[in-house]
Design a protein around this ligand. Sequence first.
Ligand code: T3D
Length: 264
Amino acid sequence: MTTPGLRLELSDGVGTLTFDRPDALNALDLATKTALLDALAELAGDEAVRCVVLTGTGRAFCVGQDLREHAAGLTSGAVEEVWRTVPEHYNPLALALHTMDKPVLAAVNGVAAGAGASLAFLADLRVVAASASFTLAFAGIGLSCDTGASWTLPRLVGPTRALELMYSGRRVDAEEALAIGLATEVVPDEQFAAHVHALAVRLAAGPTLAFAAMRRAVARAAGGPLAAALETEAEGMRRTGASTDHRAAVEAFLAKQRPAFTGR
Ligand code: T3D
Protein backbone atom coordinates (compact mmCIF):
# COMPACT_ATOMS: atom_id res chain seq x y z
CA MET A 1 0.00 0.00 0.00
CA THR A 2 1.30 3.46 -0.86
CA THR A 3 -0.55 6.76 -0.51
CA PRO A 4 0.85 10.23 -1.16
CA GLY A 5 1.79 10.79 2.52
CA LEU A 6 2.79 7.30 3.60
CA ARG A 7 4.68 4.34 2.18
CA LEU A 8 4.26 0.76 3.42
CA GLU A 9 6.90 -1.81 2.55
CA LEU A 10 7.03 -5.45 3.60
CA SER A 11 10.18 -7.53 3.60
CA ASP A 12 11.91 -10.09 5.83
CA GLY A 13 8.96 -10.08 8.26
CA VAL A 14 9.27 -6.31 8.76
CA GLY A 15 6.51 -3.84 7.91
CA THR A 16 8.07 -0.43 7.37
CA LEU A 17 5.87 2.66 7.40
CA THR A 18 7.57 5.75 6.01
CA PHE A 19 6.07 9.22 6.41
CA ASP A 20 6.52 10.65 2.96
CA ARG A 21 5.68 14.36 2.77
CA PRO A 22 9.24 15.70 2.96
CA ASP A 23 8.28 19.18 1.68
CA ALA A 24 6.06 19.57 4.79
CA LEU A 25 8.59 17.83 7.08
CA ASN A 26 6.20 14.83 7.04
CA ALA A 27 3.45 16.78 8.82
CA LEU A 28 0.26 14.78 9.34
CA ASP A 29 -2.60 15.86 7.12
CA LEU A 30 -5.95 14.09 7.10
CA ALA A 31 -5.00 11.73 4.26
CA THR A 32 -1.78 10.67 6.00
CA LYS A 33 -3.48 10.10 9.37
CA THR A 34 -6.16 7.99 7.70
CA ALA A 35 -3.60 6.03 5.72
CA LEU A 36 -1.54 5.45 8.85
CA LEU A 37 -4.55 4.12 10.75
CA ASP A 38 -5.40 1.75 7.88
CA ALA A 39 -1.79 0.61 7.53
CA LEU A 40 -1.42 -0.10 11.26
CA ALA A 41 -4.60 -2.20 11.19
CA GLU A 42 -3.25 -4.08 8.19
CA LEU A 43 0.12 -4.74 9.85
CA ALA A 44 -1.50 -5.76 13.14
CA GLY A 45 -3.58 -8.37 11.33
CA ASP A 46 -0.81 -9.75 9.13
CA GLU A 47 0.87 -12.74 10.79
CA ALA A 48 3.73 -12.54 8.33
CA VAL A 49 4.66 -9.13 9.77
CA ARG A 50 6.59 -9.63 13.00
CA CYS A 51 8.12 -6.19 13.51
CA VAL A 52 6.79 -2.73 12.62
CA VAL A 53 9.12 0.16 11.80
CA LEU A 54 8.07 3.82 11.69
CA THR A 55 10.36 6.27 9.93
CA GLY A 56 10.35 9.37 7.72
CA THR A 57 11.66 10.63 4.39
CA GLY A 58 14.05 13.57 4.19
CA ARG A 59 15.21 15.67 7.12
CA ALA A 60 12.22 14.96 9.39
CA PHE A 61 10.74 11.95 11.11
CA CYS A 62 7.35 13.65 11.50
CA VAL A 63 6.47 17.13 12.81
CA GLY A 64 2.96 16.30 14.01
CA GLN A 65 -0.26 17.93 12.87
CA ASP A 66 -0.12 19.72 9.51
CA LEU A 67 -0.56 23.26 10.76
CA ARG A 68 -1.52 24.61 7.35
CA GLU A 69 -4.46 22.22 7.16
CA HIS A 70 -5.22 22.90 10.83
CA ALA A 71 -5.21 26.71 10.35
CA ALA A 72 -7.41 26.41 7.26
CA GLY A 73 -9.92 24.40 9.31
CA LEU A 74 -9.91 26.96 12.13
CA THR A 75 -10.39 29.94 9.83
CA SER A 76 -13.12 28.20 7.81
CA GLY A 77 -15.17 27.99 11.00
CA ALA A 78 -15.21 24.16 11.02
CA VAL A 79 -13.72 24.17 14.51
CA GLU A 80 -15.63 21.13 15.78
CA GLU A 81 -14.41 19.20 12.77
CA VAL A 82 -10.80 20.26 13.39
CA TRP A 83 -10.90 18.97 16.97
CA ARG A 84 -12.51 15.69 16.02
CA THR A 85 -9.08 14.63 14.82
CA VAL A 86 -7.96 13.88 18.38
CA PRO A 87 -10.62 11.24 19.13
CA GLU A 88 -10.91 10.13 15.50
CA HIS A 89 -7.24 9.95 14.53
CA TYR A 90 -4.65 10.69 17.19
CA ASN A 91 -6.16 8.55 19.95
CA PRO A 92 -6.78 5.53 17.69
CA LEU A 93 -3.25 5.89 16.27
CA ALA A 94 -1.80 5.81 19.79
CA LEU A 95 -3.86 2.78 20.74
CA ALA A 96 -3.05 0.97 17.49
CA LEU A 97 0.68 1.36 18.12
CA HIS A 98 0.34 0.56 21.80
CA THR A 99 -1.70 -2.62 21.33
CA MET A 100 0.32 -3.95 18.40
CA ASP A 101 1.17 -7.59 19.25
CA LYS A 102 4.65 -7.33 17.79
CA PRO A 103 7.68 -5.13 18.39
CA VAL A 104 7.42 -1.52 17.20
CA LEU A 105 10.60 0.33 16.32
CA ALA A 106 10.78 4.09 15.72
CA ALA A 107 13.66 4.85 13.37
CA VAL A 108 13.96 8.55 14.13
CA ASN A 109 15.83 9.78 11.06
CA GLY A 110 15.29 13.51 11.68
CA VAL A 111 13.26 15.99 13.70
CA ALA A 112 10.27 14.54 15.56
CA ALA A 113 7.87 17.24 16.80
CA GLY A 114 4.43 17.43 18.42
CA ALA A 115 2.34 14.36 17.66
CA GLY A 116 5.29 13.10 15.57
CA ALA A 117 7.36 12.88 18.74
CA SER A 118 4.39 11.31 20.54
CA LEU A 119 4.22 8.58 17.89
CA ALA A 120 7.92 7.85 18.35
CA PHE A 121 7.44 7.65 22.14
CA LEU A 122 4.84 4.89 21.63
CA ALA A 123 7.43 2.61 20.03
CA ASP A 124 9.32 0.00 22.09
CA LEU A 125 12.69 1.23 20.87
CA ARG A 126 13.81 4.55 19.41
CA VAL A 127 16.86 4.28 17.21
CA VAL A 128 17.89 7.87 16.62
CA ALA A 129 20.14 9.21 13.87
CA ALA A 130 22.95 11.40 15.20
CA SER A 131 21.53 14.47 13.41
CA ALA A 132 17.93 13.89 14.59
CA SER A 133 16.13 15.67 17.41
CA PHE A 134 12.89 15.82 19.37
CA THR A 135 10.70 18.78 20.32
CA LEU A 136 7.40 18.59 22.15
CA ALA A 137 6.27 21.73 20.24
CA PHE A 138 2.69 21.78 21.63
CA ALA A 139 3.25 24.72 24.00
CA GLY A 140 4.71 26.74 21.12
CA ILE A 141 1.22 26.89 19.58
CA GLY A 142 -0.63 27.14 22.88
CA LEU A 143 -1.84 23.54 22.96
CA SER A 144 -1.86 20.83 25.58
CA CYS A 145 -0.45 17.45 24.47
CA ASP A 146 -1.82 14.41 22.68
CA THR A 147 -1.20 11.02 21.07
CA GLY A 148 -0.30 9.57 24.45
CA ALA A 149 2.62 11.87 25.32
CA SER A 150 1.26 12.43 28.85
CA TRP A 151 1.42 8.66 29.35
CA THR A 152 4.61 7.74 27.50
CA LEU A 153 6.90 10.67 28.23
CA PRO A 154 6.88 10.50 32.07
CA ARG A 155 7.54 6.77 31.77
CA LEU A 156 10.55 7.44 29.58
CA VAL A 157 12.11 10.43 31.31
CA GLY A 158 10.20 10.89 34.60
CA PRO A 159 7.41 13.39 35.31
CA THR A 160 9.63 16.38 36.09
CA ARG A 161 11.68 16.13 32.91
CA ALA A 162 8.49 15.38 30.95
CA LEU A 163 6.95 18.66 32.07
CA GLU A 164 10.17 20.58 31.48
CA LEU A 165 10.23 19.28 27.88
CA MET A 166 6.53 20.02 27.40
CA TYR A 167 6.68 23.52 28.90
CA SER A 168 9.80 24.55 26.98
CA GLY A 169 9.17 22.76 23.68
CA ARG A 170 12.93 22.99 23.34
CA ARG A 171 14.99 20.94 20.93
CA VAL A 172 16.49 17.77 22.42
CA ASP A 173 19.37 16.59 20.25
CA ALA A 174 20.26 12.92 19.79
CA GLU A 175 23.01 12.92 22.41
CA GLU A 176 20.74 14.39 25.08
CA ALA A 177 17.90 12.08 24.00
CA LEU A 178 20.17 9.13 24.75
CA ALA A 179 21.28 10.58 28.07
CA ILE A 180 17.73 11.18 29.35
CA GLY A 181 16.20 7.95 28.03
CA LEU A 182 14.30 9.20 24.99
CA ALA A 183 16.59 7.35 22.59
CA THR A 184 17.49 3.70 23.03
CA GLU A 185 20.53 4.22 20.86
CA VAL A 186 22.11 6.84 18.62
CA VAL A 187 23.60 5.81 15.29
CA PRO A 188 25.77 7.85 12.90
CA ASP A 189 23.66 9.08 9.97
CA GLU A 190 25.61 7.14 7.37
CA GLN A 191 25.05 3.84 9.20
CA PHE A 192 21.44 4.56 10.20
CA ALA A 193 19.43 2.76 7.48
CA ALA A 194 21.54 -0.42 7.60
CA HIS A 195 21.50 -0.47 11.40
CA VAL A 196 17.70 -0.07 11.56
CA HIS A 197 17.21 -2.77 8.93
CA ALA A 198 19.44 -5.26 10.77
CA LEU A 199 17.73 -4.59 14.11
CA ALA A 200 14.23 -4.85 12.64
CA VAL A 201 15.04 -8.12 10.87
CA ARG A 202 16.49 -9.47 14.13
CA LEU A 203 13.33 -8.51 16.05
CA ALA A 204 11.14 -10.01 13.32
CA ALA A 205 13.02 -13.31 13.68
CA GLY A 206 12.41 -13.35 17.44
CA PRO A 207 9.72 -14.98 19.59
CA THR A 208 6.89 -12.71 18.47
CA LEU A 209 4.32 -14.07 20.93
CA ALA A 210 6.75 -13.62 23.83
CA PHE A 211 7.57 -10.08 22.67
CA ALA A 212 3.85 -9.27 22.51
CA ALA A 213 3.33 -10.59 26.02
CA MET A 214 6.31 -8.54 27.25
CA ARG A 215 4.88 -5.37 25.67
CA ARG A 216 1.56 -5.90 27.43
CA ALA A 217 3.13 -6.84 30.75
CA VAL A 218 5.47 -3.84 30.81
CA ALA A 219 2.67 -1.45 29.86
CA ARG A 220 0.38 -2.84 32.52
CA ALA A 221 3.01 -2.83 35.24
CA ALA A 222 3.91 0.77 34.44
CA GLY A 223 0.68 2.20 35.87
CA GLY A 224 -2.73 3.51 34.78
CA PRO A 225 -4.16 2.62 31.37
CA LEU A 226 -3.28 4.55 28.23
CA ALA A 227 -6.99 4.79 27.28
CA ALA A 228 -7.73 6.88 30.40
CA ALA A 229 -4.75 9.15 29.72
CA LEU A 230 -5.95 9.63 26.13
CA GLU A 231 -9.34 10.80 27.35
CA THR A 232 -7.70 13.34 29.66
CA GLU A 233 -5.48 14.52 26.83
CA ALA A 234 -8.44 14.89 24.46
CA GLU A 235 -10.19 17.11 27.00
CA GLY A 236 -7.04 19.23 27.43
CA MET A 237 -6.69 19.60 23.65
CA ARG A 238 -10.35 20.65 23.35
CA ARG A 239 -9.89 23.34 25.98
CA THR A 240 -6.56 24.69 24.78
CA GLY A 241 -7.63 24.39 21.15
CA ALA A 242 -10.50 26.77 21.80
CA SER A 243 -8.16 29.41 23.20
CA THR A 244 -7.16 32.72 21.66
CA ASP A 245 -3.54 31.86 22.42
CA HIS A 246 -3.69 28.75 20.23
CA ARG A 247 -5.23 30.48 17.23
CA ALA A 248 -2.87 33.42 17.39
CA ALA A 249 0.14 31.14 17.82
CA VAL A 250 -0.72 29.03 14.76
CA GLU A 251 -1.07 32.19 12.70
CA ALA A 252 2.23 33.46 14.11
CA PHE A 253 3.99 30.17 13.29
CA LEU A 254 2.82 30.22 9.68
CA ALA A 255 3.76 33.91 9.38
CA LYS A 256 7.20 33.08 10.86
CA GLN A 257 6.60 35.42 13.81
CA ARG A 258 6.96 34.91 17.55
CA PRO A 259 3.62 34.31 19.29
CA ALA A 260 2.56 36.70 22.05
CA PHE A 261 0.61 34.68 24.60
CA THR A 262 -2.09 36.39 26.65
CA GLY A 263 -3.14 33.44 28.77
CA ARG A 264 -6.63 33.37 27.27
O1 T3D B 1 -6.73 19.30 15.97
C1 T3D B 1 -5.51 19.21 15.88
O2 T3D B 1 -4.97 19.28 14.77
C2 T3D B 1 -4.69 19.09 17.12
C3 T3D B 1 -3.56 18.16 17.01
C4 T3D B 1 -2.31 18.54 17.29
C5 T3D B 1 -1.19 17.60 17.26
C6 T3D B 1 0.17 18.27 17.04
O3 T3D B 1 1.05 17.63 16.52
S1 T3D B 1 0.35 19.88 17.55
C7 T3D B 1 2.06 20.22 17.13
C8 T3D B 1 2.22 20.55 15.66
N1 T3D B 1 3.62 20.68 15.28
C9 T3D B 1 4.33 21.76 15.58
O4 T3D B 1 3.89 22.69 16.22
C10 T3D B 1 5.72 21.79 15.02
C11 T3D B 1 5.91 23.05 14.21
N2 T3D B 1 7.21 23.07 13.57
C12 T3D B 1 8.32 23.50 14.20
O5 T3D B 1 8.31 23.86 15.36
C13 T3D B 1 9.56 23.54 13.37
O6 T3D B 1 9.21 23.54 12.01
C14 T3D B 1 10.52 22.33 13.64
C15 T3D B 1 11.16 22.48 15.03
C16 T3D B 1 9.78 21.00 13.56
C17 T3D B 1 11.65 22.31 12.58
O7 T3D B 1 12.23 23.60 12.56
P1 T3D B 1 13.19 23.98 11.34
O8 T3D B 1 13.75 25.33 11.65
O9 T3D B 1 14.13 22.87 11.08
O10 T3D B 1 12.22 24.05 10.06
P2 T3D B 1 11.16 25.22 9.71
O11 T3D B 1 11.83 26.25 8.85
O12 T3D B 1 10.44 25.69 10.90
O13 T3D B 1 10.10 24.41 8.81
C18 T3D B 1 10.39 24.02 7.48
C19 T3D B 1 9.10 24.02 6.71
O14 T3D B 1 8.22 23.04 7.24
C20 T3D B 1 8.37 25.36 6.82
O15 T3D B 1 7.68 25.59 5.60
P3 T3D B 1 8.29 26.57 4.45
O16 T3D B 1 8.49 27.91 5.10
O17 T3D B 1 9.58 25.92 4.03
O18 T3D B 1 7.24 26.56 3.38
C21 T3D B 1 7.37 25.12 7.90
O19 T3D B 1 6.25 25.96 7.85
C22 T3D B 1 6.98 23.67 7.59
N3 T3D B 1 6.43 23.03 8.78
C23 T3D B 1 7.07 22.72 9.91
N4 T3D B 1 6.24 22.16 10.77
C24 T3D B 1 5.03 22.09 10.14
C25 T3D B 1 5.15 22.66 8.88
N5 T3D B 1 4.14 22.73 8.02
C26 T3D B 1 2.94 22.27 8.45
N6 T3D B 1 2.76 21.73 9.66
C27 T3D B 1 3.77 21.61 10.52
N7 T3D B 1 3.58 21.01 11.71
